[in-house]
Design a protein around this ligand. Structure first.
Ligand code: 2RA
Length: 331
């Protein structure tokens, strides 16, 4: 008898999590959907059945859940994830609240496995996930010395508010989510500014890359930019390897990996784009070329669906992995 909850079930990522339940054939005997009071009472279809969304309360965390997946913001995760954990659940959380805690695992199933010091598992930031998926095979083959990210992030990363600002901005409406119009514009500003001048999004990319790749001394820097694209983030990765390689050797590393799609035929104008990666489960890489200004250094262009591999898909992959691991352990 496996009891699962989805917290934030009516949000942009929550809705994709529900789609992923079908795709990954999540076998829950009992499923409960939670939301904020505003969305409670809504009816939502999951795997062909209709569920009425409930308001999340502290009492509800004691209902004996085995697994809880959360995408409801840092404040909700801070309050409720430890309560679900106390109630015996494994909690997989999509907010940034727990990611950098020392005893919390930060997981991309293609790369690392949880140690489970705590029963809260963090899902990394969207732009980090696609970047580390692209970096992992390079790390294995050549070693990594330094990474410089520049991101081009879609408005769906800001949820309904970002989508609204792009859509209504095109009709001349003032923004309500971003500090400036995003229609016809580019904002070098994602999440809040920190004292050192970086944004929190840039800090997440730096810290989470080091943690997921288990390389705390890896030199990483980032500039994160919001662009007027509906969905799928693009990341320009400038990576310095431990040893030199040819462009062909680097391309070769990405071939035959099911979760990576190499699209790199510039002579035919073929390279990854956000439109192409939207709705796809893979991380796309291309435009691989040498950076002649530094030793052992390459440019790699990478796109991925930020709501799927960057959020809902990765979360549900972790859930599937945990359900399979626990069922093996329990015989
Ligand atoms: C963004 N990284 O794109 C965020 C989403 N979690 O704003």
């Amino acid at each position: 008898m496996v009891k699962v909850a989805i917290v934030g079930a009516t949000g942009v990522v929550g809705s994709k999590m529900i789609e992923m339940f079908e795709q990954y054939e999540i076998a829950a005997d009992e499923l409960v959907l939670f939301s904020s009071p505003r969305s409670a009472g809504k009816e939502v279809q999951v795997q062909g059945r209709t569920y009425t969304v409930r308001e999340l309360t502290e009492e509800a965390t004691k209902e004996g859940f085995d697994y809880v997946i959360m995408s409801a913001g840092g404040g909700t995760s801070k309050q409720f994830a430890p309560l679900f954990e106390e109630g015996g659940a494994i909690v997989i959380d999509n907010s940034s609240q727990w990611r950098m805690h020392e005893d919390i695992d930060l997981i991309v199933p293609e790369i690392n496995r949880p140690a489970l010091d705590r029963r809260i598992i963090a899902n990394p930031n969207c732009s980090t996930i696609q970047s580390v998926v692209a970096l992992q095979p390079l790390k294995e083959k050549f070693g990594l010395k330094r990474v410089h990210y520049t991101t081009y992030q879609a408005v769906s990363g800001s949820g309904v508010g970002g989508l609204r600002d792009l859509e209504e901005g095109a009709k001349g409406e003032a923004p309500t989510t971003y500090p400036h119009p995003i229609h016809d514009n580019v904002l070098p500003h994602i999440d809040v500014f920190l004292e050192d001048g970086y944004t929190k999004e840039e800090r997440k990319m730096i810290d989470e890359t080091q943690k997921i790749l288990s390389q705390p001394d890896l030199a990483v820097t980032a500039t994160c930019v919001r662009v007027p694209v509906t969905n799928s983030h693009a990341v320009q990765i400038n990576v310095t390897l431990d040893r030199d390689a040819t462009v062909e050797e680097v391309r070769e590393v990405f071939k035959g990996i099911p979760h990576i799609k190499l699209v790199d035929n510039p002579e035919n104008n073929e390279y990854p784009t956000p439109l192409e990666s939207t709705g796809k489960s893979e991380v796309f890489v291309g435009r691989i070329r040498k950076d002649e200004s530094l030793d052992n250094t390459f440019h790699i262009w990478c796109t991925a669906d930020n709501l799927l591999k960057g959020a809902a898909q990765n979360t549900v992959q972790i859930l599937k992995m945990m359900m399979e691991t626990e069922s093996v352990q329990n015989g």
